[in-house]
Design a protein around this ligand. Structure first.
Ligand code: NAD
Length: 356
């Protein structure tokens, strides 16, 4: 029987509470679909600072590199807010992404039917269903380009540089084409090629990679138009691929269409099948320890792990269906609506388990 080694980075705040529920769901899915999972805990974020003095201990990097996949809860909290930048919990997050070479960030924006009313977008605009995948380049572009301060005409000035190499664009484009191939076979590449030279290279390169994927319908859109189209007619999108900075903004916009931060998973992929899977929300220190955090984003991250790192599509779908079904039974406080019982983190985990 195939065994998968998973490193758990439970982190801070609600991190341990939500990861515990995700692990229960993964164990049951493994039983049902005929594979086994072994777990290793490692330290990241505030909890790592408390125990070792740094947010990303070397032992964590070593463990993650040897794993089949990594599951992360969340990091951060008031306690560590006054530390210098390089010693803050969030530095651990950026550090582990860099150490594992996680260049592709996948952020689905999906509305589960029972949660339609939570979306800030009108029902008639959402249409039948909404299921968008934003693929964001994560290790290049302006966030990593040359930057600095200087003086221009006697005034202080600052600059950041957007630069992409062809191999960087090719590898993220291939991730996006591959994902589109497993979905509705539509890919929209988002750039600002009417103004930026880096975007013109982006577009040329995506067009070249497209020759390897004749079955995928490729379109191009300027980023300003895309920001508008996401709220005007989100149903037109299947997969969106874009640069680091555009993806940062568009994935937040797209994810909010679903209406609840506690429902949104993400995946960050490396060149190998290694990936890091986490909810998009933070450590929610305001509700940590109260047992009321919504575990569904983390549980949906498990589904992404099964799909993108292990290629277990049926098992991934079983979890997504179980989450959808659980939403018809009860709600955690963040997504609670009149007529549903209000349940705790553990109770919601148990309802999902019962649906698998
Ligand atoms: P947050 O996402 O932690 O919380 C924002 C709001 O959403 C809070 O009211 C919180 O209670 C609620 N919320 C978040 N997740 C929820 C869930 N699963 N169930 C129910 N409610 C939920 O963002 P923040 O308050 O800006 O940041 C808190 C800490 O988390 C900070 O230290 C920040 O740096 C860190 N952070 C970490 C990550 C990460 O680990 N990937 C991401 C974002 C923020």
């Amino acid at each position: 029987m195939k065994n998968y080694n998973i490193v758990l980075l439970k982190g801070d705040g609600i991190g341990p509470e939500i990861i515990d529920e995700a692990v229960k769901v993964l164990n049951k899915t493994a039983d049902k679909f005929g594979f086994t999972v072994s777990y290793e805990d490692a330290l990241l974020g505030g909890v790592a600072i408390d125990e070792t003095g740094v947010p990303l201990p070397d032992a964590t990097v070593t463990a993650c590199k040897a794993a089949d996949a990594v599951m992360l809860g969340a990091v951060g909290g008031y306690k560590w807010d006054t530390l210098p930048g390089h010693l803050r919990p969030e530095a651990g997050l950026l550090g582990i992404r860099a150490a594992l070479g996680l260049f592709g960030n996948l952020r689905p924006a999906q509305i589960f039917a029972p949660l339609r009313s939570a979306s800030p977008i009108k029902n008639e605009i959402i249409g039948e269903a909404l299921d968008i995948m934003v693929v964001r380049e994560l290790t290049g572009g302006i966030y990593f380009g040359e930057r600095g301060r200087k003086e221009v005409n006697g005034s202080p000035a600052a600059y950041d540089t957007e630069m992409y190499t062809v191999p960087e664009i090719e590898r993220i484009a291939r991730v996006a084409f591959d994902i589109a191939g497993k979905r509705r076979k539509k890919l929209c590449s988002v750039d600002k090629a009417n103004v930026l030279e880096s975007s013109r290279l982006w577009r040329e390169t995506v067009l070249n990679v497209a020759k390897e994927y004749p079955e995928i319908e490729l379109s191009h859109m300027y980023v300003d138009n895309c920001a508008m189209q996401l709220v005007r007619n989100p149903g037109q999108f299947d997969v969106i691929v874009t640069s680091n900075i555009f993806g940062d903004i568009l994935s937040d916009e797209a994810s909010m269409i679903s209406g609840s931060i506690g429902m949104l998973p993400s995946a960050s992929l490396a060149k190998s099948s290694l990936g890091l899977y986490e909810p998009i929300h933070g450590s929610a220190p305001d509700i940590a320890g109260k047992g009321i955090a919504n575990p569904l984003a983390t549980i949906l991250s498990v589904a992404m792990m099964l799909r993108y790192s292990f290629g277990l599509e049926d098992a991934a779908q079983a979890i997504e269906t179980a989450v959808n079904d659980a939403l018809t039974v009860a709600r955690t406080p963040d997504i609670w609506e009149e007529s549903y019982p209000k349940v705790s983190t553990v109770e919601m985990g148990e309802i999902v388990l019962s649906k698998i």
